[in-house]
Design a protein around this ligand. Structure first.
Ligand SMILES: Nc1ncnc2c1ncn2[C@@H]1O[C@H](COP(=O)(O)OP(=O)(O)O)[C@@H](O)[C@H]1O
Ligand SMILES: CC(=O)N[C@@H](CCC(=O)OP(=O)(O)O)C(=O)O
Length: 282
C-alpha cells in the first residue's frame, strides 16, 4: 500500500480545532495572474475553495490577470506601461482589461470551482455597486482607487451557499469603468467585509528580508522599514501597502504566500504549519 491512510485520518482529526475556528469566517483570497498556473494548479485551487465552503467558511475570490492582459494587448499591438506597479490605462486598454478580466479569467475560475461541485458566481466591482472608484492619479488614466465598497451582494451570495469570484474593476460616480490593481481591490473588499483573513496568493513564498529569508511574521513598523531601505520593492510594495490598509480597515490578519505551492490556502488555514508572511491586527 503506497498511501498512509492512518496519516490521512490523523490529518483530518488534527484539523478539527482549525475547522471550528474558521466556522462561518470570511476569507478573501486574492489569486494573482502569476499564481494562476496550469489547469491542474487551477483545479487544486478550486478544490481548496470548495472545501473551505464545505466546512463552513465563506470564501471570496478576487483575481488579477496582469499577464493575461499583457498577452491580449500584445496580440492587438497595443503598448502598455506600468507606473509603481499600476498599468497606465487609456480607453482602448480599458476595453481589453475588462474583456480579459471579466471574460476569460473570471470565467475560467468560475468554471474550475463549479467543476469541483461548488456554486461560483462571477462578478466585477461594477455589479450591484460593489466597488465605486475615483481616479487614482491623472497620470494613470482610468486606474481607480476604491472609495466605497458595498458588500451587500456578497452577504446575499454567502446566505445562498454561493462563492463570489470578483474581477478587479469598479464604476466611477458617473458610470465610467475603472481598472483597479487586484491587490488593492482585494484589500478594499476584505476591509468592507471585516474579513477574518485576506490571503494574497503570489509567485514567491513570502516577504523576504535583505538576506533572502522569508519573514514569517511582520509588523507595520517592519513593513515601513523594509520599504524605506528598498528590501521590499516592485510588486511587493502594493501587496504590503494593501496588507496595512486592510488591517487598518478591520481585517484580522493578512497572509502573503506562494499560490503555486499545492494546497497553499489549506496549509495556511487548517494546519499548524502556516505558510508565507503574516501581518496581524494588534
Ligand atoms: N522583499 C521582497 N520579498 C518578496 N518578494 C519581493 C520583495 N521585493 C520585491 N519582491 C517581488 O515581488 C514579486 C511579487 O509581486 P507581483 O509579481 O506583482 O505578484 P502578483 O503578480 O502575484 O500580484 C515577487 O515575485 C518578487 O519578485
Ligand atoms: C491598475 C492595474 O494595474 N490593474 C491590473 C489589474 C490586474 C491585476 O492586478 O493582475 P495581477 O494581480 O495578476 O498583477 C492590470 O491592469 O494589470
Amino acid at each position: 500500500m503506497n498511501r498512509d491512510w492512518i496519516a490521512t485520518a490523523r490529518t483530518l482529526s488534527e484539523a478539527l480545532p482549525y475547522l471550528q475556528r474558521y466556522d462561518d469566517a470570511i476569507v478573501v483570497i486574492k489569486l494573482g495572474g502569476h499564481a494562476m498556473g496550469s489547469d491542474e494548479a487551477m483545479e487544486t485551487f478550486a478544490r481548496d475553495v470548495v472545501l473551505m465552503r464545505q466546512v463552513g467558511v465563506n470564501p471570496v475570490v478576487v483575481h488579477g490577470g496582469g499577464p493575461m492582459i499583457n498577452e491580449m494587448l500584445g496580440r492587438l499591438d497595443i503598448q502598455s506601461e506600468f507606473v509603481n506597479g499600476k498599468r497606465v490605462t487609456d480607453e482602448a486598454t480599458m476595453e481589453v482589461v475588462e474583456m480579459v478580466l471579466s471574460g476569460r479569467v473570471n470565467k475560467r475560475i468560475v468554471a474550475a470551482i463549479n467543476a469541483q461541485g461548488g456554486r461560483a458566481v462571477g462578478l466585477s466591482g461594477k455589479d450591484a455597486n460593489l466597488v465605486t472608484c475615483t481616479p487614482a492619479n491623472p497620470e494613470l488614466g482610468l486606474v481607480g482607487d476604491p472609495t466605497k465598497v458595498d458588500p451587500s451582494i456578497l452577504h446575499t451570495l454567502f446566505r445562498d451557499d454561493m462563492i463570489p469570484v470578483i474581477a478587479p474593476l469598479g464604476a466611477g460616480e458617473n458610470g465610467e469603468t475603472y481598472n483597479i490593481n487586484g491587490d488593492t481591490a482585494a484589500g478594499a473588499i476584505a476591509a468592507a467585509l471585516r474579513a477574518d483573513r485576506l490571503l494574497l496568493l503570489t509567485d514567491i513564498d513570502g516577504v523576504r528580508d535583505a538576506e533572502g529569508r522569508v519573514i514569517t511574521e511582520l509588523t507595520a513598523q517592519d513593513i515601513h522599514d523594509l520599504v524605506a531601505d528598498g528590501t521590499i520593492a516592485g510588486g511587493m510594495i502594493p501587496k504590503t501597502e494593501t496588507a496595512l490598509a486592510a488591517i487598518e480597515g478591520g481585517v484580522r490578519a493578512v497572509v502573503i504566500l506562494d499560490g503555486r505551492a499545492p494546497n497553499a490556502p489549506l496549509l495556511e488555514l487548517f494546519t499548524d504549519h502556516g505558510a508565507g508572511s503574516i501581518i496581524r491586527a494588534k
